[in-house]
Design a binder for this molecule. Structure first.
Ligand code: SIN
Ligand code: CO
Length: 372
């Protein structure tokens, strides 16, 4: 599956004119694409403990939301129409899912979130809503009617278990079929309605809230800062109220705290760790009987290696970040690690050198990379 067209736009033109600005419909962006997995396979994923799955049912103006993991019986009890199964993070389970994300490499990986796949019979929908992030909606099997609106009214249906717009006023409408792609910027209201057995692949991006960045940065900073000294008051005076926190105390503590400083390097280190930190539901599977370093190095050269589907790897300057850990690699390793981070694999025949072999062997033992 290959993204063959952005409607005649170059990646640069798309970013300049559409990204975070306005919707774009591209017919046949993925020629021949009709999906990566069957409805049954998606239901299978939704039964796994570690998958993030939801079932949304619509009965008249009532909406029902259930969260997975589900069982086979849950699916047997569903009606013929008007429900949707959604599974997040399909790229963590399916290599083809990760490869679909690779098609959007013209947008930095640091902005990427995951691949969500939905299945719905006729009439299935998650209702009119808006998302706070950018999304590319790729139609797999079947057809979906999309209505979109740039309306300012974002009031939500009170009491609904999911975010449904109360007064959706569609402005544009299309029916998408296999291989069609619809890009939506954040806050663009949309309503997708399955016309038949319909699967939609959503490539979603992440944009952290300022408050979340601040909170997480402060968590990061507490492990990084080292302040010297101790509170001291050799000139302590008596005070009328023993319970009063004196101005002198406030002043001294302000002085101590004003030593807390950070620079862009610190922010880069924070971002590297924060953006590659695995989600809580992610667990790696280290090999039960790992190969020795020598055997591993030989196999890695013969067959090549790949990042595990669950691994996240980014870099800034000379520092690499893998699954929340930072690696200050030597200059000699830089180009290999850059290649691994960008392409998520090192092909067979790659000359690794002992420093990279050692690093890769550690990551292999942790389950972060796999031999091809
Ligand atoms: C879906 O695939 O049913 C919903 C996608 C969306 O509206 O964001
Ligand atoms: Co949406």
């Amino acid at each position: 599956m290959r993204l063959s067209s952005l409607g005649g736009l170059t990646a640069e033109q798309f970013l300049r004119d559409y990204w975070q600005k306005k919707p774009l419909l591209v017919r046949n962006a993925f020629p021949g694409f009709d999906g990566l997995l069957s409805p049954d396979e998606l239901a299978g994923l939704a039964c796994l403990e570690e998958a993030e799955a939801r079932l949304v049912q619509n009965k008249g103006d009532k909406w029902l939301l259930r969260r997975g993991p589900f069982s086979e019986e849950d699916f047997q009890r569903l009606p013929q129409t008007r429900w949707t199964l959604l599974v997040q993070g399909v790229n963590l389970f399916l290599r083809e899912g990760a490869q679909l994300l690779d098609q959007f490499n013209f947008i930095p990986r640091a902005r990427l979130d995951d691949l969500m796949v939905s299945y719905a019979p006729r009439g299935g929908s998650v209702g009119p809503h808006f998302d706070p992030y950018d999304v590319f909606l790729i139609q797999g099997m079947g057809h979906r009617r999309w209505q979109i609106s740039t309306q300012g009214d974002q009031s939500l249906l009170p009491g609904a278990p999911l975010r449904i717009l109360q007064n959706f006023q569609p402005e544009q409408e299309w029916i998408t079929g296999p291989g069609d792609l619809l890009y939506l910027p954040p806050q663009c209201a949309h309503y997708g309605l399955a016309q038949d057995h319909c699967m939609t692949y959503s490539v979603g991006f992440q944009a952290p809230y300022a408050q979340e960045l601040a909170t997480q940065f402060l968590v990061h900073l507490q492990d990084e800062i080292r302040l010297d000294g101790i509170y001291h008051d050799p000139g302590l005076k008596t005070q009328a109220h023993p319970a009063q926190i004196s101005t002198a105390m406030v002043r001294q503590v302000s002085r101590i705290l004003s030593q807390i400083r950070w620079d862009q390097d610190q922010v880069a280190r924070f971002l590297g760790k924060y953006l590659t930190e695995p989600k809580n539901s992610v667990f790696f599977d280290p090999p039960a009987r790992p190969l020795s370093l020598a055997k591993f190095a030989q196999r890695a050269k013969e067959t090549g290696i790949q990042l595990d589907l669950k691994s996240l790897m980014l870099f800034h300057s000379d520092t690499f970040y893998l699954n929340g850990e930072s690696i200050d690699a030597s200059q000699a390793c830089n180009s290999l690690l850059t290649r691994l981070a960008d392409r998520r694999e090192l092909p067979p025949g790659t000359e690794l050198g002992s420093e990279v072999e050692n690093l890769l062997h550690q990551w292999y033992c942790a389950g972060y990379i796999v031999l091809e």
